[in-house]
Ligand binder design. Structure first.
Ligand code: UGA
Length: 435
């Protein structure tokens, strides 16, 4: 099959590369000439394990192309994917669809023969209808179907998530389009991946409902963690105790500093707006948004309390800044709120993150970015583990102790245990674990 992928952001680049690796011929299109030049020179603009090699392989095998010129690729395509950004619109929580709609107009003038137009971007319910109307209006003769095909990729694990998904969701009423989509995903039949075919609006909602449910799960366990601290319980044991019930499931029950990233915060807000626009209410989601935002700030209070209520003039060493490991993404990362609040309380911040320090440099000021975890810890009064990168899981604790002014650790990801840290001579606190 021939695929045109509009947008070389996270979703477009990963999806385009993986479709090429499935054996299809894929052209990734972006208006940003600098980005396309870089990609053609083999430079990947995002940090995603395995992506660089997979791009190089498929470029070398002449199945993956990058261009700023959409014409030929769209004309020849069996499927054109719209994978442009849908940021939160300034001032309200709605998704900004202007990039999606301008892509639709561009596609309309170029398609040739039956073409499936696929929205891969996360878009509010009814966007597919609007895309269809735009294409129809711009090119009344065109033969096409608009399909919703949401992505469920996690940053840091995106290639595996694409190639071994739990399910593929295809939203369309066109049989012809379903056949094209099945052909595109045919390599997944070997793993017997379920392909769910629904109406387009249902598919659009599935994406938001999935992300919102995961955000609920995380926020639920975070509140249970707070309760554990008050009543002498241990949230990791609670997670295990409830997660082994198949109806609940054990994933996404890790308590921490609150969810961040480019998806959960944006999508929960957009879903809440979709509901209120439709005259429906989603009180659970509204609470989750509020609780999570407050939680990120509360994590700084946790550090301050641990330091006896005062961090003025103290040095805090942060390990990890990205919103999760294996990414350089700083969007909505809890570290931003933590740094802001600790600085307001008079603390000096040293920090180390294996991937996100350049990004972090644009988002926080007066932070000393260090060369490694031990450099960050040097002469600090306390270490705060913010992101659970593997390299922080097995620190040389004797070295940590010798570098710190006082051996104190706040572990916001629960990667160490109370007994272990106490045995190594640390004062230690974590999230939701009274023991
Ligand atoms: C999320 C979804 O997991 C993907 O399925 C979806 O495709 C993607 O959004 C999207 O809409 O594009 P992502 O934002 O990359 O993926 O990251 P997650 O791994 O889901 O983590 C999100 C946040 O939740 C992180 O801040 C993480 O630290 C936090 N989290 C996750 C917890 O605090 N506890 C957990 O148990 C799990």
């Amino acid at each position: 099959m021939r695929v045109a992928m509009i947008g070389t952001g996270y979703v477009g680049l990963v999806s385009g590369t993986c479709f090429a690796d499935f054996g299809h011929v894929v052209t990734c299109i972006d208006k940003d000439a600098g980005k396309i030049d870089a990609l053609n020179a083999g430079t990947i603009p995002i940090f995603e394990p395995g992506l660089q090699d997979l791009v190089a392989k498929n470029v070398a095998e002449e199945r993956l192309f990058f261009t700023t010129e959409p014409d030929d690729a769209i004309r020849e395509a069996d499927a054109v994917f719209i994978a442009v950004g849908t940021p939160t619109r300034r001032g309200d929580g709605h998704a900004d669809l202007s990039y999606v709609y301008s892509a639709a107009e561009e596609i309309a003038g170029l398609i040739n023969g039956f073409t499936v137009i696929v929205t891969k971007s996360t878009v509010p319910v009814g966007t597919g209808d609007e895309v269809e109307a735009i294409v129809r209006r711009t090119n009344p003769e065109a033969r096409f179907a608009v399909v919703s095909n949401p992505e469920f990729l996690r940053e840091g694990a995106a290639i595996n998530d694409f190639k071994r998904p739990d399910r593929v969701v295809v939203g369309t009423e066109s049989e012809e389009a379903v056949e094209v989509m099945r052909e595109l995903y045919r390599p997944l039949y070997l793993n017997e991946t379920p392909i769910i075919v629904t109406k387009r609006r249902t598919s659009e909602l599935i994406k938001y409902a999935a992300n919102a449910f995961l955000a609920v799960k995380i926020t639920f366990i975070n509140e249970i963690a707070d309760l554990c601290e008050k009543v002498g319980a241990n949230v990791q044991e609670v997670s295990r105790g409830i997660g082994l019930d198949n109806r609940i499931g054990s994933k996404f029950l890790h308590a921490g500093p609150g969810y961040g990233g480019s998806c959960f915060p944006k999508d929960t807000l957009a879903l809440s707006r979709i509901a209120s626009d439709a005259g429906s209410s989603l009180k659970i989601i509204d609470s989750v948004i509020e609780v999570n935002a407050a939680r990120k700030k509360k994590m700084a209070d946790k550090v301050i309390d641990f330091m006896g209520g005062d961090v003025n003039g103290k040095t805090v060493a942060l390990l990890g800044l990205a919103f999760k490991p294996n990414t350089d993404d700083m969007r909505e990362a809890p570290s931003i709120d933590i740094v802001e609040k600790l600085q307001a309380a008079g603390a000096k911040i040293r920090a180390y993150d294996p991937a996100s320090m350049e990004e972090a440099g644009h988002m926080m000021s007066d932070v000393l970015f260090c060369d490694g975890p031990y450099h960050a810890i040097e002469n600090a009064d306390v270490v705060v583990i913010v992101t659970e990168w593997d390299q922080f899981r097995a620190l040389d604790l004797e070295r940590v102790k010798s570098l710190l002014k006082t051996p104190r650790v706040v572990d916001l990801r629960n990667i160490y245990t109370q007994d272990y840290m106490n045995a190594h001579g640390f004062e230690y606190t974590s999230v939701g674990r009274s023991y």
